[in-house]
Structures are given as C-alpha cells and as structure tokens.
Design a protein around this ligand. Structure first.
Ligand code: IMP
Length: 383
C-alpha cells in the first residue's frame, strides 16, 4: 500500500476532514504540513460535530500518531485549548500527538497585525497566519524549539509533544509505516499557484507537504477533494467566476450546504462547479483520484450546471492576473432527488451518476468517493 495525500482542489472547505476521517484507519501516521488555525475541518460522528483547526482530523483515532510538521505556524494557546477540548471529549483515548520543534509560533502581535491590515484587503481569517509566515521569511520568527524551553504555562503543557518530527517520519517510513498527509486550504489558495494576492501564505499544493514535513516519498497517491459545487470564503475578496451576486441557485446551495466558515463563521460565496480550477488543481498536484463531496446539496435542483471553460484564452487554468474579467461557459445537466440514503453507486439516481461521470470525463480522473450527507457513513465508495 502507498502513502496518501488528501488535498483541496478548489478554494478550501471542500470537506477534506470527512475524507481524512474515512481513510485514516488504513494508515499509521497522519501529518499536517502547512497553514495553522486558519483551517477548519469538521467530522460528524453519531450526530456530534467535531471541529478541528490545528489538530489533524484523525485525532479521534487512538491507534494513530498525528504530526504537526515544521511547515505549520502554531498559536500555542489555540493548540492547548484544542487538546483540552479533545481530552474533555475522549479522555486519553485519542491519537498520539507530535509537534515539530521547527514549526513557527504565532504570537499576539501577529494576530493583531493580521486583524488590522489584512482582513479587509484580503479577507484573511485574522488568525495571524500571514504575519507569522512573513516573520519566518524575514528570519525573525520564533520557532517552537526556542519557545518551549520557556517556563510559561502554555509551553509547560505542550512540551511533552515537541520533537524533531522530520526524523520521526523518516524512521516511520523506514519501518514501513504508512503516512497520510492531510492538506489544509487548497490549490487555488496556494501562495504560488493560487489567485494571488487573494491566497493564503503557505504552499497548499503537493510540494508543500514535503518541505512542511521534512520527508519525501515517490510512493504517493493524491486524492483531490472536490466539492460538487464551488465555494469561496468572503464576499469581495478574490475572484470566483461561477459566483453571481443575488443568484438564487447560489443562495440555495449556501442554505442547503450550510456554507458558513468553521473558523470565522463568515458566509461563503456559492456557485456551480468550476472544472477549470479543478483541472488546474489536478495538474498542479498530479491527483490520482477525486473525492466528490456534498453531492446531496445539489439534490432538488431541476437542472444543474458545470463550468467547463473560461474561453480559449484561459485553457490552462486561472489567469495569472486574478483581477481579470472572466466569462464562465457552462453545460447543463438534469437534476436529481434525495440521495442521502445511497451507499452504493448503483443506488444513485441516473442523473446523479451522469453528473459524476461527466466530471470524470472532463477531468480524466476517476471519482472514488461520493459524499451523500454530513454523517461519517453517508458516502459511496467506488473502489
Ligand atoms: P489567511 O490564511 O488567514 O491568511 O487568509 C488568506 C485567504 O485564505 C483568505 O481569503 C481566507 O479566507 C482563505 N482561507 C484560509 N484558510 C482557509 C480555509 O481553511 N478555507 C477556506 N479559505 C481559507
């Protein structure tokens, strides 16, 4: 069995947490390699929602080891709170946690700088992510290695988890342990390949996993998580060609899909599935399969649309200049009814299968997972 990466193929919030939660029992170690508490992964077990920001989504599995790699920026107070909440919920019956001593630390100064300057201009989450990465690039950041020696209460608490995680992962792979990389944010939010400057400050594409964890493997499958429609956080921050203001279909998707941020609570823009950006994400990450999430949210629409092109000029993906005007071109397919009960591919209505197969055809990548509802078991596995 190969190692696996689960990465976002749109603008984030694709439902990566649910896919991680589903596949995690097949692996030994789960690694986060970039971002910080700007992420928000939700896992629903027995009707109870578990929201994680910094901790990997697989923390609910006691037999696993979860790693926060060197590429993260860590707010120690937030991390301590998340560990405490986890312990309140399941005592010590959770995954073993390791924190890289090379990860950078988000301070109160970073958070207030983010709130003042960047939230309005870029729609950041206001968690200090950009300022912390900027200090890292300036070579004046504080790393966990320097901080955890201080006797401060929060570091006393976190100290037992801190280690050289790159060496740990190297040994784990040598000992045939299987690694699952948990992506945060997504391809179109990547600082190099996303819709700059309306992006996050880390590499959310596949290369970021290796620099952010300190290991490399050729032995890797990559699942791209694609929501069955498109969403983007914030109203005016960054382009989203399939969003149309006051469009009743988009509003209906937001209501049916409960499209409000796990981290900030902000309403997300919603629009039809944009395959131009999905194809770009597939190219950037060599994605080997797709998990198509929240297909149930499109239930009840008479017709559904898919954006297949931005015109000849932009065949290879989003233009370098994110502010350019784009005219999305759509195809229209027939809609379908309730699918929340479906567990086998054949149980899906013909129209839903047509939608799935059209996405496969237009991307050239197989869809191995289809999300049919928020619960852990509301999923069709085709492999
Ligand atoms: P930052 O990561 O807080 O600096 O925010 C930069 C941009 O990335 C903003 O538009 C955020 O809304 C977006 N962003 C960051 N993390 C996420 C995420 O997990 N999901 C969706 N958007 C995100």
């Amino acid at each position: 069995m190969r190692h696996l990466a689960v990465l976002g193929a749109q603008w984030g919030d694709e439902g990566k947490g649910k896919i991680i939660d589903l596949v995690a029992p097949n692996y030994d170690v789960v690694v986060r390699a970039q971002g910080g508490n700007n992420a928000g992964h939700t896992v629903v077990v027995d009707g109870k929602r578990h929201a994680f920001h910094l901790l990997p989504s697989a923390m609910l599995y006691p037999e696993l080891t979860c790693v926060l790699g060197n590429g993260l920026v860590i707010n120690p107070d937030v991390l301590k709170d998340e560990i405490c909440r986890l312990k309140e919920h399941c005592g010590d019956n959770h995954a073993k946690l390791l924190i890289s001593d090379r990860a950078h630390v988000i301070t109160k100064r970073h958070v207030s700088a983010d709130l003042k300057k960047d939230q309005e201009r870029l729609g950041t989450t206001g968690r200090g992510i950009g300022p912390a990465y900027a200090d890292k690039a300036y070579r004046k950041g504080a790393r966990v290695a320097e901080c955890y020696k201080y006797n401060k209460k929060v570091w006393k608490y976190l100290k037992e988890y801190v280690t050289d995680t790159s060496s740990y992962l190297y040994r784990a792979i040598k000992n045939n342990k299987k690694i699952l990389f948990e992506g945060a944010q997504a391809a179109l939010l990547d600082i190099d390949h996303g819709t700059y400057p309306y992006v996050t400050s880390s590499n959310c594409t596949v290369g970021g996993l290796f620099t952010g964890s300190g290991i490399f493997t050729r032995d890797l499958d990559v699942i791209g998580v694609v929501k069955a429609y498109t969403t983007r956080v914030g109203m005016n921050t960054g382009p989203m060609p399939t969003y149309h203001e006051d469009d009743k279909d988009g509003i209906r998707m937001r209501d049916q899909g409960n499209e409000y941020g796990t981290t900030t609570g902000r309403a997300r823009r919603c629009g039809w599935l944009d395959l131009v950006i999905v194809r770009q994400a597939i190219r950037l990450n060599s994605m080997t399969s797709i998990a198509l999430t929240k297909l149930d949210v499109l239930s009840g629409f008479k017709q559904v649309k898919i954006c297949i092109s931005y015109g000849e000029k932009y065949e290879d993906g989003f233009p370098t200049n994110a502010d350019v005007e784009i005219e999305p071109q759509y195809i229209t397919l027939s809609g379908w009814g309730d699918i929340r009960h479906c567990r086998q591919y054949e149980e899906l209505p013909l129209e839903a299968r047509k939608y799935v197969e059209t996405v496969e055809e237009l991307t050239g990548v197989p869809i191995d997972y289809i999300g049919c509802g928020p619960e852990r078991d509301q999923i069709v596995i085709r492999k």
